[in-house]
Design a protein around this ligand. Structure first.
Ligand SMILES: Nc1ncnc2c1ncn2[C@@H]1O[C@H](COP(=O)(O)OP(=O)(O)O)[C@@H](O)[C@H]1O
Ligand SMILES: [Mg+2]
Length: 289
């Protein structure tokens, strides 16, 4: 397949100097102790008819770190996300979250293990309020059944209050509290991207999968978003797998970067190492480095 320059997305946003996120590199934290992998992806392969979207991809994400997942359009990034969040079943491979075999679970059980994602194309309900959208993110944690909910038993009302409290905390944290009662429809795109992030955080996840959170945002909005994601991560133990075309954001935020091309992993390492890797440069520019 021949790529055109348009296929490379915003490769020119690649920074000239890549600085590594503070904290830890290569699975070793500042205290010098090896961190346990929160997510382990092993030999993942997905085929759609004649298209090989993923071809034996393996990597690990350490707890508390940000792992950038990059690659030209069609490289298989969204397919990998879809496998981890159980929207797509791979033909081969294994995915573990804290040692749990994700492929043996139903998608709703995966959410209960502490996994949440944002969607490249927003997953919000326009007619619901911003707060209700964020409350939906945490709904998997509710225990009440259909009958209890229909009768609005005290346990249901307690759960709803807890969901609402969590939603309001997240909205406050992301600077969206003033919009809580507004319907999501009609809000500016940059705000909707932020609400999408809030919806995922409403689930209080351990692992957050972000699929192109900066797409469609202005430079200023990208910086704000990176700051807010960094701040939320700093609040406590959040691990992030970040797919993003905006190289400046990926390189600034990631402890480690995994590079896919045509479904294969072609590089993995610190942002600085990956940005100088000839195979990566060739994949992005379409010419040998
Ligand atoms: N549901 C699908 N059916 C058929 N082909 C698909 C489907 N989803 C993705 N693909 C193909 O798989 C490859 C990887 O796609 P994708 O994971 O969306 O890449 P990326 O997110 O890196 O741009 C592409 O060639 C794409 O056309
Ligand atoms: Mg994609």
């Amino acid at each position: 397949m021949q790529r055109t320059s348009a296929d490379h997305g915003t490769w020119w946003l690649w920074p000239t100097t890549a600085s590594t996120a503070a904290g830890s590199v290569g699975g070793v934290n500042l205290a010098g102790t090896p961190a346990a992998p929160l997510l382990r992806v092993e030999r993942l392969s997905v085929r759609f008819g004649g298209v090989t979207a993923l071809d034996g991809v393996s990597f690990e994400v350490e707890a508390g770190q940000v792992c950038g997942l990059i690659g030209p359009n069609g490289a298989g990034k969204t397919t990998l996300f879809d496998c981890v969040s159980r929207l797509t079943r791979p033909q081969l491979g294994r995915i573990e979250l804290e040692g749990h075999d994700l492929l043996a679970l139903e998608p709703y059980q995966v959410a209960a293990l502490g996994l949440a994602r944002t969607f490249q194309h927003l997953g919000l309900f326009g007619s619901l309020s911003v707060r209700e959208n964020v409350m939906l993110g945490g709904h998997h944690a509710c225990r009440a059944g259909f009958v209890a909910a229909a009768l609005r038993l005290p346990s249901v009302r307690r759960e709803e209050r807890a969901l609402r409290r969590r939603a309001d905390e997240v909205l406050e944290r992301l600077g969206l509290a003033h919009l809580a009662a507004r319907p999501a429809a009609g809000l500016p795109y940059g705000t909707l991207k932020r609400i999408e992030l809030a919806r995922a955080l409403g689930a209080a996840p351990k692992l957050l999968l972000l699929d192109e959170p900066a797409s469609g945002l202005s430079h200023g909005e990208v910086d704000e978003l990176a700051e807010v994601i960094g701040a939320v991560r700093g609040d406590g133990g959040l691990t992030v797998l970040l797919v993003e075309h905006h190289m400046g954001m990926v390189m600034r935020m990631s402890h480690k970067v995994v590079v896919l091309d045509f479904g294969c992993k072609i590089a993995e390492g610190t942002p600085a190492a990956v940005s100088e890797d000839p195979a990566v440069i060739q994949a992005y520019l379409g010419v040998p480095a």
